[in-house]
Design a protein around this ligand. Structure first.
Ligand code: SF4
Ligand code: SF4
Length: 118
């Protein structure tokens, strides 16, 4: 499943540079599927959703750092454990029960965003 940042976030910014999928954004910032991935133009996500990778998407939180669930792979394909949770000083990066995915699905997302492996 994806990781979610709770409202206990203190906006320290430590997690953002650690995310291998560029799935973490500062509150109120727009996000894009193309940021930090190989995605460009119109794409169909592994979950069937059609998106424009370069189109700016609305912030998920205006107050605290947030994670795009479509881009989070729980760090699978890159690291042994979620890097955001590992560095967060207040332990507010937790499993998102509303976005439950299998290991296979998470690895599929990682390969889709990074077909060259990086
Ligand atoms: S678990 Fe990994 S991929 Fe997901 S937001 Fe945290 S650092 Fe990024
Ligand atoms: S590391 Fe934790 S407290 Fe800091 S910005 Fe990220 S989620 Fe918020």
């Amino acid at each position: 499943m994806a990781i979610i940042i709770t409202d206990e976030c203190i906006n320290c910014g430590a997690c953002e540079p650690e995310c291998p999928n560029t799935a973490i954004y500062e509150g109120a910032d727009d996000w894009r599927y193309a940021d930090g991935t190989s995605l460009e133009g119109k794409v169909v996500l592994p979950n069937g959703k059609e998106v424009d990778a370069e189109e700016t998407q609305e912030p998920i939180s205006d107050e605290v750092y947030y994670i795009s669930p479509d881009k989070c792979t729980e760090c699978m394909g890159f690291h042994e454990e979620p890097q955001c949770a590992a560095v967060c000083p207040v332990d507010c990066c937790v499993p998102d029960e509303d976005h439950v995915e299998t290991e296979e699905e998470l690895l599929g997302k990682q390969r889709f965003m990074h077909p060259d492996g990086h």
